[in-house]
Design a protein around this ligand. Structure first.
Ligand code: ZN
Ligand code: ZN
Length: 119
């Protein structure tokens, strides 16, 4: 039994039970990411390589083909915004950026992401 079907498209590994990672079989390695398959249900996941300075994010992948060229940034930005509790009505402090700032910070999701924040 696994939880893949009940999980959203993107999750933080930290918040998952150890069985989540334990059930993953590595299929391929990319640039700081791995493609894994759940040994129970076969769901593909793109998982960040472990880095002590960064949280690991796992994102559902629909096909092996093109997994390392697909743009996962929109999903990661959504995860980041949700983790921070949403957006404010303020504008991003970045010059010429008129996106809404993420709660608790002065920047929009994209610029927050660019500073290295993943959570
Ligand atoms: Zn699974
Ligand atoms: Zn911005």
């Amino acid at each position: 039994m696994c939880l893949c079907a009940t999980l959203p498209d993107a999750v933080y590994i930290d918040y998952q039970p150890s069985a989540f990672v334990g059930s993953m079989v590595q299929l391929a390695v990319g640039n700081w990411v791995e493609l894994c398959r759940c040994s129970s249900c076969g769901q593909l996941w793109r998982i960040d390589e472990w880095d002590k300075y960064q949280v690991q994010v796992a994102i559902k992948v629909s096909a092996v083909e093109g997994w390392d060229s697909f743009d996962f940034k929109p999903i990661q930005l959504k995860l980041l915004v949700n983790a921070r509790g949403g957006l404010t009505n303020e504008c991003c402090a970045w010059a010429n950026c008129n996106h809404h700032a993420v709660k608790g910070v002065a920047y929009c999701a994209e610029h927050l992401y660019d500073t290295g924040a993943r959570k």
